[in-house]
Every structure is written in structure tokens, then in C-alpha cells.
Design a protein around this ligand. Structure first.
Ligand code: AHM
Ligand code: MG
Length: 297
């Protein structure tokens, strides 16, 4: 790469310092850039090496705090909600986010992403937890960024991508089959071994990063599920900053997102990190799942 000027060099060096802090291997500076002056991948600022998800969290919190538009933040990485204290910086929005979703995939170089949803602070509120303990339907916007073979930002609008009404791909962690309910097993059996001989079985695709699995589902159609099971009785994924934003996007794209029995956007979370089972994707596929799940009762 041709370096442009001194400040550009500094920027490149800063990025490489950051990169070296994330790198699982002990790279020497010269192996990736001759200008950095780093030795053995050690951070020249003497700071503790932090995991990428912690760094991403700090970046989002700092940006959102300093932009002056946000009063409340909820991050997967923080146990409690972050309330912006400085009245001069408080704004009318609340942002709930998972700064780096799918982080178990980081070291394998597999797609990961950022998921976010936005609420408006209620009238007469200065920004409280109650401003985000609201149904997903009350979100005013949602989106995700996916860091994969390319980086893409997807925002929910009513005029964008439309998901097909039915797909032919299913996406679920089948390693959990033994913990599933019989109805959940019956549904996935039905799409893998259709009783109608003229129908083709669905294909399996599961990355294990919600952003990547939902993005593919949005583009090609089909169904993504993280159901409740004997091991995860409330499911695994978090309502506020994983399920709601993805459900909001799906519904804006003409798809459907369900807890397995009802629209997930109608749920009100009991706490900021509450979990929920989720099934989303092509409308007809998710409705089929719901009808199998209803056989339980
Ligand atoms: P994370 O927030 O700790 O990264 O966990 C959420 C991820 C989702 O991206 C993905 O859908 C799910 O966990 C995969 O879980 P599993 O490995 O149990 O299939
Ligand atoms: Mg997550």
C-alpha cells in the first residue's frame, strides 16, 4: 500500500496496533507492516490485550455517549443499562445492541456482526430502564452490520429487500436435537423428509453467528430457529438486542418472527438480558413451525 502522508501513517499504525491486540498469534510487526515498530505483537501502549468484543463494546458506548442523541444504552456486554449522566449529552433515543455477535467465531475468521435496535425515550422521561423494557413493536428502527467476506450494514425500512414467502433452507443447531421438544423435532423432520414425495427436502445451513444466519435467510428465504429446549428453557438468544432487531427487520422485509407460538415483537422483556426462543424467516415456513409447535398443547 502506498502511504499518503504522516497523519495517514499514524492512522495505519493505530489500526495495526489495534489489530495486533486482537490477533491470536504472536505476529511480528514486520510480518504485516514495516512501519509499526511493534515487537512480537505486544501493544506499544502497554495496555492489557482485550478481546475484540470488549473493544467493540467500548467503541459503541463511547460513540453513542458522545453523539449527544442517546440517553440509555443496553449492551450484551454490560450487566446493567448505561444511563448517560451528563444532561448536555442526553438525547431522545435509547440504543440496545450486541456489539459483536457470534464472537465464538472470531478466531476461526467466520462472519460476525453487530446487532442494534432503537427506541425513543418516553415523553417526560429523562432516560430510564423502563424506556427499553418495551415490546419490540415499539422500536423505531433496527439493523445489523455483518463483517464477513464483505462488510454490510442492513437497516430496516419498508421499501427494501423482500424475503420470499417460502424458502428451502433451514438453519438451526441440530446438535441440540436431543434436547428439543417432540414437536420441534417433528417440524424439522417434516422439512428434511417431506411426506409428499414430489417435494424436495430443505438444505441445512448453520454458521452459528446469528447475523450471518439471519442475513442469508433474509436474502434466500427459509427458516432460522433457536428454540427453547431442555437445556435452554427460555432459548439462548436475548430478546432486546438479538431477537427484537432481527424480528423487526424480518417483518419489514415481509417475513415473520415468532417465539414459536406468537409474534415475538409483541413480547415485553421482563429484564434487559431476558432470553426468548425465536423462529424467523419466510412467513409460510414460520407459520408451519407454529402449527407443529401448537400440537404440544
Ligand atoms: P453470543 O452473543 O455470545 O455471540 O451468542 C449468540 C450466538 C448467535 O450469534 C448464534 O445464533 C448462537 O449464539 C449460536 O449458538 P450455538 O453455538 O449454541 O448454536
Ligand atoms: Mg450475541
Amino acid at each position: 500500500m502506498q502511504l499518503q502522508d504522516a497523519s495517514y501513517n499514524e492512522k495505519i499504525e493505530t489500526n495495526l496496533v489495534t489489530l495486533s491486540r486482537h490477533c491470536p498469534f504472536k505476529l511480528r510487526a514486520s510480518s504485516y507492516h514495516p512501519k509499526t515498530g511493534l515487537a512480537g505483537g505486544v501493544n506499544v501502549q502497554g495496555e492489557d490485550v482485550k478481546k475484540l468484543d470488549v473493544i467493540a463494546n467500548e467503541i459503541f458506548i463511547n460513540c453513542l455517549k458522545s453523539c449527544g442523541k442517546v440517553s440509555v444504552m443496553v449492551s450484551e456486554e454490560n450487566e446493567t443499562a448505561i444511563l448517560v449522566e451528563d444532561p448536555a449529552l442526553r438525547g431522545k433515543y435509547c440504543v440496545v445492541f450486541d456489539p459483536l455477535d457470534g464472537s465464538s467465531n472470531i478466531d476461526a475468521g467466520v462472519s460476525i456482526g453487530t446487532i442494534f435496535g432503537i427506541y425513543q425515550v418516553k415523553e417526560n422521561s429523562t432516560g430510564e430502564i423502563s424506556d427499553v423494557l418495551r415490546s419490540g413493536r415499539e422500536m423505531i428502527a433496527a439493523g445489523y452490520a455483518m463483517y464477513g467476506s464483505f462488510t454490510i450494514l442492513v437497516l430496516a425500512t419498508s421499501q427494501g429487500i423482500k424475503i420470499p414467502n417460502r424458502g428451502k433452507i433451514y438453519s438451526v443447531n441440530e446438535g441440540n436435537t436431543k434436547y428439543w421438544t417432540p414437536e420441534c423435532r417433528a417440524y424439522f423432520d417434516s422439512i428434511k423428509n417431506p411426506s409428499d414425495a414430489s417435494k424436495s427436502p430443505y438444505s441445512a445451513r448453520y454458521v452459528g453467528s446469528m447475523v450471518a444466519d439471519v442475513h442469508r435467510t433474509l436474502l434466500y428465504g427459509g427458516i432460522f430457529a433457536y428454540p427453547a429446549d431442555q437445556k435452554s428453557k427460555s432459548g439462548k438468544l436475548r430478546l432486546l438486542y438479538e431477537c427484537f432487531p432481527m424480528a423487526f427487520i424480518m417483518e419489514h422485509a415481509g417475513g415473520y418472527a415468532s417465539t414459536g407460538s406468537k409474534p415475538i415483537l409483541d413480547v415485553t422483556p421482563a429484564s434487559i438480558h431476558a432470553r426468548s426462543p425465536i423462529v424467523l424467516g419466510s412467513r409460510d415456513d414460520v407459520l408451519d413451525y407454529e402449527s407443529f409447535a401448537a400440537r404440544e398443547s
